[in-house]
Design a protein around this ligand. Structure first.
Ligand code: NOJ
Length: 542
């Protein structure tokens, strides 16, 4: 294995396919069922690669966990890091996926879940077998619980009868937290990265990267008396009762992230790390890049998802991000995610189209949740069909409505699974007749066709893929507008976030490259750009 010498941050700034890419989150169990058992799988994903790289035109797919797992948390409860859960496929299927994706120029990003395992993982079975077990301290054990509350509700501590101690689980009690202060565990988890890097994955999405290290003294969290908890990120009200200052974000986690990064840098091909970090103030978010840009390549900027859909608030949040972004770093952006209510449910259909223009034209790497390109809505899931164990806890909020199957056509099971498949993983959308790939491909005004036009425009526009802001986002009369440029390519983006007509000063001539109203494409504009209600446009100024 070649050990690459560290590269100065300034040289690193221009490297990386991931700076120019659009990433698609396909959420494996929900995307396409390849073997007729009613659950999305790797064969289904392989069968969808032409859609992703050709029809849609994205550059990378973030697969979602497919490792051995009891599936109590959609695979984020891993019982074997280097084995594949049979419902999703085999190691050979992963290899076929990598080959088929790479043959189409698509990159493949897999999940890395370093904070916890399943309680069925052999490491945990050994750890809980006896206090003297050599793996005892691979997990976090305590004689007495502190007051920390779990994301899934209740205490993070579970009593173990046999060995008479409590173990820590920041999520479900079936997801014990790993102890990254233990050197052997650390080495074993870094080897997990190597295993997948050797197989050819292009990068990792690191689950809850902000949680890796806790206060070593396990001190109590202070109560949240001022209602400071993040209302957008709540799976359970218990979690909001305190300020989570001691159970996450310990500064030592940055040392771990540096080690993870070093492993990625052992391999050629610009392997990327994408960090799930909860929404936090921009200064703390920026720390995840590392002072030498030697930690996470792309820590998710979740604040954008949580910003009220209002021009002034969006201008403020993008200004905050850009001011905090370290020199040479590049942001990753998302407006949808498998843990949050769907974009079109949050904003409504018309503004979800405006959001598509924002996501694909802001400066950064856009990440698109499967189905958002269709305007898929949250789908109510009856309790007896729910899969999300967080939601099944008393007082829990289910994430299943976001995760219903990808609708490929208006036929049985929405084309997600064969007509004779047993009961599906989750029910299909009740709006299947209009929200499906086949119908929308045939309709020039559809959401899918808008995404296609935007992705094609972006692919051919250095300004949109790589350019700086010649004029950063600014709010005016309920509209947001900005100009991006790279060399001779200049694009003005103007978004009308209101349901009324508006005008944006242009001061020069241009041509509408893409509008949410496709009949405007190609229209010459000058001086004043009139925007229809709920319209967003990209104007070519070059
Ligand atoms: C974040 C993942 O996105 C979420 O789906 C999961 O439940 C938790 N981490 C625990 O792994």
């Amino acid at each position: 294995m070649t050990q690459l010498l560290p590269m100065p941050a300034s040289d690193r700034a221009d490297r990386g396919w991931w700076r120019r890419a659009v990433i698609y989150e396909n959420h494996l169990p929900s995307f396409r069922d390849g073997n007729g058992d009613g659950v999305g799988d790797l064969d289904g994903l392989i069968a969808s690669l032409d859609y992703l790289s050709g029809t849609l035109g994205v550059d990378a797919v973030w697969v979602g966990p497919f490792f051995r797992s009891p599936l109590l948390d959609q695979g984020f409860d891993i019982s074997d890091h280097t084995g594949v859960e049979p419902v999703f496929g085999t190691l050979a299927t992963v290899d076929r996926l990598l080959e088929a994706a790479h043959a189409r120029g698509l990159k493949v990003i897999v999940d890395y879940v370093p904070n916890h395992t399943s309680d069925q993982h052999p490491w945990f079975l050994q750890s809980r077998s006896a206090r003297e077990s050599p793996k005892r301290d691979w997990y976090v054990w305590a004689d007495a619980p502190n007051n920390w509350t779990s994301e899934a509700g209740g205490s993070v501590w579970e009593w173990d009868e046999r060995t008479e101690q409590y173990y820590l689980h920041s999520h479900l009690k079936e997801q014990p937290d790993l102890n990254w202060r233990q050197p052997e565990l650390r080495a074993a988890m870094l080897d997990v990265l190597r295993f997948w890097l050797e197989r050819g994955v292009d990068g990792f999405r690191i689950d809850v990267a902000h949680m890796l290290m806790k206060d070593p003294l396990l001190r109590d969290n202070p109560p949240d008396t001022g209602g400071e908890s993040n209302p957008y990120d709540l799976q359970h009200a218990d979690f909001a009762s305190q300020l989570h200052v001691n159970d996450r974000m310990h500064p030592d986690l940055h040392g771990v992230l540096r080690e993870i990064r070093k492993v990625l840098d052992e391999y050629p091909g610009d392997r990327v790390s994408i960090g799930e970090v909860e929404a936090m103030d921009w200064a703390r978010w920026a720390e995840f890049f590392g002072p030498e840009l030697d930690q996470i390549h792309l820590p998710f900027a979740f604040k954008l998802i949580e910003t009220p859909w209002e021009a002034g608030a969006l201008a403020e949040v993008t200004a905050g991000l850009d001011a905090a972004l370290p020199d040479g770093a590049w942001p990753i952006l998302a407006l949808g995610n498998h843990d949050r209510p769907r974009l079109a449910t949050r904003l409504g259909r018309a503004q979800a189209r405006v959001a598509a223009v924002l996501l694909l034209t802001l400066r950064g790497t856009p990440t698109l949740l499967y189905g958002d390109e269709l305007g898929l809505l949250d789908q109510e899931v009856p309790r007896e069909r729910q899969r999300d164990c967080f939601g099944l806890m008393e007082g829990g909020v289910s994430r299943d409505p976001t995760r219903t199957p990808m609708p490929w056509n208006a036929g049985p099971n929405g084309g997600f699974a064969p007509a004779d498949a047993p009961e599906l993983w989750l029910p299909v959308s009740s709006e299947l007749a209009t929200i499906n790939v086949e119908t929308q491909l045939a309709d020039a005004r559809s959401s899918l066709r808008l995404y296609r036009r935007l992705l094609a425009l972006r692919a051919g526009s250095p300004a949109l893929r790589a350019g700086d802001y010649a004029r950063p986002p600014r709010a005016d009369g309920g509209c947001l507008s900005y100009v991006r440029e790279a060399g001779a390519d200049r694009k003005l983006v103007a978004l009308n976030l209101t349901g009324e007509e508006r005008a944006v000063a242009l001061g020069e001539r241009g041509t509408v490259a893409v509008s949410t109203d496709p009949e405007r494409d190609g229209e010459a504009v000058r001086d004043q750009l009139r925007l229809r209600p709920d319209e967003a446009v990209v104007v070519d100024l070059g």
